[in-house]
Write a protein that binds this ligand. Structure first.
Ligand SMILES: [Zn+2]
Length: 223
């Protein structure tokens, strides 16, 4: 087990949620399995990503709305936060060291900052049993969702992989465990500057305990 999970011992059950496997809760939007979307956030707006079925990763990527060359930086976020994990209170930095958003709610505590979004190349390299077959991916879904906002595919770097449990042992070997989420677990960020947020329901079976399920979203706006 990821030793860092001990730092974030769960406090009781996940929050109550009125959605189910079949439909999102009232006021929530469903991101279908193996798809993605993008939402614009103004300063103070909150985006909540919720796992309605359990054990599902959601890749989150932030881009400055006024200049899509300014993007989320997992490297600067880990550097300035002095942790390879983010949780409530963590600041999410851009490649220009500007705070794009802050984590304001987290019922899980482990979210990966080390891995890139799954892509066709990921499946070609890590899923040889697929023999190069076309496969949905977070990268392609982010390209499709963020493209209309002026984001070049080459600007889509390492994502904040919400609910993804990646850790290293004492030899530096990576372990990817099933997301430790149960239905209703959630992760919220509050924008500090105008941003466009790309969000996926991850397409990689091996990262989601074998089955890809949906992700639910809610945006709470200040304006
Ligand atoms: Zn993915």
């Amino acid at each position: 087990m990821n030793p860092a999970r001990r730092r974030f011992s769960r406090q009781g059950e996940p929050p109550a949620y009125d959605g189910s496997d079949d439909h999102p809760g009232v006021g929530w939007t469903r991101v279908a399995p193996q798809t993605g979307t993008a939402v614009r956030l103004d300063p103070g707006d909150r985006l909540t990503v919720l796992d309605p079925c359990g054990e599902q990763v959601s890749d989150l990527y932030l881009v400055a709305a006024d200049d899509p060359a300014e993007v989320f930086s997992s490297g600067r976020t880990t550097d300035y936060g002095n942790s390879i994990y983010v949780s409530t209170g963590s600041l999410l930095y851009s490649n220009r060291s500007r705070v794009l958003a802050q984590v304001v709610e987290d019922t899980v505590g482990v979210h990966d900052l080390t891995l890139t979004p799954c892509s066709q190349d990921t499946f070609d390299i890590l899923y040889p049993e697929l023999r190069g077959a076309q496969h949905p991916s977070c990268f392609a879904n982010l390209v499709a969702a963020l493209g209309p906002h002026g984001v070049d595919p080459d600007r889509i770097g390492s994502t904040l992989n919400v609910f993804m449990d990646v850790w290293t042992d004492d030899r530096g070997e990576l372990h990817i465990d099933a997301p430790p989420t149960r239905p209703g677990d959630r992760f919220s960020v509050e924008a500090r500057v105008p941003v466009v947020a790309g969000v996926t329901a991850c397409s990689a079976e091996k990262s989601n305990n074998g089955v890809c399920t949906p992700i639910d979203l809610r945006v709470d706006r200040v304006g």
